[in-house]
Design a protein around this ligand. Structure first.
Ligand SMILES: Nc1ncnc2c1ncn2[C@@H]1O[C@H](COP(=O)(O)OP(=O)(O)OP(=O)(O)O)[C@@H](O)[C@H]1O
Ligand SMILES: [Mg+2]
Length: 214
């Protein structure tokens, strides 16, 4: 089963992914669970992540950025995600193709049909079974993230975008959810970490039982 976590910057994806992986490992055994992230998740993809995120690359063209995300994605899909799914594992991925649709498609305003086509090509058409969306308004997400930076968490090139950019991304996510409502589960990300996690587990558990017994 392929599960992705999506949402705006600072909405809690990485925090919740870690906790959910812990819960699922306890329930199904560590060997059954793969927790990974985009961009990255495989050695080559992590190197590409470094290029995408480097603050030195402030002149990166939107098309370059887009292609790098999909280059990293082609590798993680081939090396990590598909093999794990073939072994019937549960794969949790912190961001995936929807992020590219939202950020590079809607946010950077690249041609949407092209973005869809190339992204589909990079994934070989592999789609998540389920996508959790952590709903949090833009300002709250940025405030959380800034607090994180003050505590020493990494600041990257994607963290220093304009408010207009984030607004387009937010709206892009909304359109993506509307286009495929059955795949997306919206979680109120504005609550305390533990409440969000409890909700996530409650939403996932019945779906996993159905999936694992079929
Ligand atoms: N429910 C929460 N309440 C308050 N702070 C939170 C909550 N969840 C996460 N945080 C904090 O907010 C910051 C961002 O969280 P996290 O890194 O999980 O978000 P993210 O969605 O992965 O962000 P990004 O898109 O930038 O990777 C971190 O400092 C984290 O500790
Ligand atoms: Mg994160």
């Amino acid at each position: 089963m392929f599960i992705t976590l999506e949402g705006m910057d600072g909405s809690g994806k990485s925090t919740q992914a870690r906790l959910l992986a812990e819960f699922l490992r306890a329930q199904f055994g560590a060997a059954k669970i793969v927790l990974t992230r985009e961009p990255g998740g495989a050695a080559i993809s992590e190197q590409i992540r470094g290029v995408i995120h480097s603050l030195r690359n402030d002149n990166m063209a939107p098309l370059t950025e887009f292609l790098l995300y999909n280059a990293a994605r082609a590798q993680i899909v081939a090396e990590v995600i598909r093999p794990a799914l073939a072994q019937d594992k549960i794969v949790l991925c912190d961001r995936y193709a929807d992020s590219t649709l939202a950020y590079q498609g809607y946010g950077r305003q690249l041609d949407l049909a092209m973005v869809r086509d190339v992204t589909r090509y990079a994934t070989g058409g592999l789609k998540p079974d389920l996508t959790f969306y952590f709903e949090l308004d833009i300002e709250a997400g940025l405030a959380r993230r800034n607090q994180g930076h003050a505590r020493g968490e990494e600041l990257n090139r994607m963290d220093v975008q304009t408010r207009e950019f984030y607004a387009r991304v937010y709206n892009g996510y909304k359109l993506l959810r509307q286009a495929e409502p059955a795949r997306w589960i919206v979680i109120d990300g504005s609550r305390a970490v533990e409440s969000v996690q409890a909700d996530l587990r409650a939403q996932l558990s019945p779906r996993l039982r159905v999936n694992l017994s079929s």
